[in-house]
Design a protein around this ligand. Structure first.
Ligand SMILES: [Zn+2]
Length: 219
């Protein structure tokens, strides 16, 4: 007797079925949020570039103050305090929105890149053009804290190649500015936003176990 496996009726997921929701954090779009296997549901949060604007203002102003004779030593700190307040308010909004999107999925597990270094204070980076060194660990830690406050599980996965491989076929594709293009003709993915693709790759590694998938990518 042969048995045929049928698709479950669409009544939502069962009690033990979890939704792996990938988060790709970056400077351009602060967070791309996408559940594994469903590229159409991706949401991008914090894409207006406001943090970059605040950061540039902070960098240029503190630089100027540090080069100007006679400026009191605490002037840079005052600028940082004012810019940091604006950055923190924006980041709090973004992180709230990210967790709202994650919680729209049934029994979610938030999947983000594994990060080994702790965030350092914005003060240490204030003269640097490179925003990501401060922003990415700061965002990831804040997302973890908000997830913990809301009781959402978090899993960290290997981030290597997550921007370069196609979320569906795992072949290495081409990055063209803000777009990822899959070059595997039998795949079916033509092109999509690069951050959304990366979020889907991370979600997939959370769902299937990133070690197995990572070895497949590098075979
Ligand atoms: Zn592909």
């Amino acid at each position: 007797m042969s048995s045929e496996r049928r698709s479950a009726p669409s009544l939502g997921v069962g009690p033990y079925e979890r939704t792996y929701v990938g988060i790709d954090v970056g400077e351009k779009t602060l967070a791309a949020v996408a559940p594994a296997g469903t590229p159409g549901e991706a949401v991008e949060v914090g894409a207006e570039g406001r943090i970059r604007g605040y950061w540039n203002h902070l960098r240029k102003t503190t630089q100027l103050l540090s080069e100007t004779p006679g400026v009191p030593a605490n002037a840079e700190a005052a600028v940082l305090a004012s810019e940091w307040r604006r950055m923190r308010e924006h980041l709090e909004e973004v992180i709230d929105d990210v967790l709202d999107v994650v919680e729209q999925h049934p029994h979610p597990i938030l999947v983000r890149e594994e990060f080994n270094s702790s965030p350092t204070a914005a003060w240490c980076h204030r003269h640097s053009r490179e925003l990501g060194g401060w922003l990415i660990p700061t965002l990831i830690e804040a997302i973890d804290q908000e997830a913990a406050a809301r009781g959402v599980d978090v899993v960290g996965v290997e981030p290597d190649w997550s921007s370069q491989v196609c979320h569906r076929c795992l072949e290495r594709g081409r990055l063209e500015r803000e777009t990822f293009r899959c070059q595997n003709e039998s795949c079916g993915v033509d092109y999509l936003d690069r951050d959304v693709n990366a979020a889907l790759v991370l979600a997939d590694r959370g769902r299937y176990g990133h070690r197995r998938r990572f070895r497949e990518v590098n075979r």
